[in-house]
Write a protein that binds this ligand. Structure first.
Ligand SMILES: N[C@@H](CCC(=O)N[C@@H](CS)C(=O)NCC(=O)O)C(=O)O
Length: 232
């Protein structure tokens, strides 16, 4: 039995972290038996991040490593794809995880309406008396990281304009398809649908969440993924 170590459910999503949701999708798509175990503290894990899986006493951290492990055990998430599409699927996953994810994270940690909500939701395990101080420091470190990454230097309007190109690339693939590369979900859908699901599940409305919720194609796609790959 594989155990997925994940942040808990949040705002109607499988997890507060789209990487945990992605890992959940991959596990479910693999057909292997698995269960979830929720934790709020990533510090004891190799990269001090989640998700991770525990299997036969071994802990494997990072959703890409989880994917590689599942593939080493026989899962092939892109079995229906030809060589070109397999390459494109990999690029779509990277777009989701190395670009869109930071838009979503900034929309939570950087937005003054959303931040107070996630401060309570994500960090309820920190005693109330010191929560504001501790999480304020964490937020500062996060925003410094986003400044180094680059997106943190843009205004919300500039960020949305940049994200728009990704959303149009996704919508373009979905014009004649239920999922990004056909009628069944593949590896790229695990990443892209997890991020889009997180974006639309913002606990307070933002221009980004409104953009996703107002897009019938993207909404239908995330719904289709959630209905096809049902997560616990
Ligand atoms: N590359 C990692 C990214 C995972 C990740 O960024 N997890 C975030 C939550 S979305 C995390 O645990 N962050 C904790 C921290 O930075 O302290 C993966 O694919 O699993």
């Amino acid at each position: 039995m594989i155990t997925l170590l994940t942040y808990p459910k949040a705002f109607g999503e499988f997890s507060a972290s789209p990487f945990c949701t992605k890992a959940g999708y991959l596990l479910q798509m693999s057909g292997f038996e698995w269960q979830r175990e929720d934790t709020l503290d990533p510090r004891k894990f190799k990269y001090a991040k989640l998700p991770a899986i525990r299997v036969d006493g071994e802990v494997i951290c990072d959703s890409d490593n989880i994917r590689a492990f599942l593939e080493s055990k026989g899962a092939d998430f892109d079995a229906a794809l030809n060589g070109d599409d397999r390459a494109s699927a990999r690029a779509f996953s990277r777009m989701a995880e190395e670009h869109m994810y930071f838009h979503q994270a900034l929309d939570r940690w950087g937005n003054e309406d959303v931040w107070p909500i996630i401060q309570q939701e994500y960090f309820s395990m920190i005693p109330k008396l010191v929560r504001g101080f501790v999480t304020g420091k964490m937020r500062k470190v996060f925003l410094q990281g986003m400044h180094v990454q680059g997106l943190g230097r843009f205004t919300p309007e500039e960020r949305l304009a940049r994200l728009e190109h990704d959303l149009q690339a996704i919508a373009g693939r979905l014009e004649n398809r239920k999922f990004l590369f056909g009628d069944t979900p593949c590896s790229a859908d695990a990443s892209i649908a997890a991020i889009l699901g997180g974006m639309r599940a913002s606990p307070a409305p933002t221009p980004q969440s409104k953009r996703i919720i107002g897009d019938a194609v993207l909404m239908r796609y995330v719904d289709a993924m959630q209905q096809t790959v049902k997560l616990p």
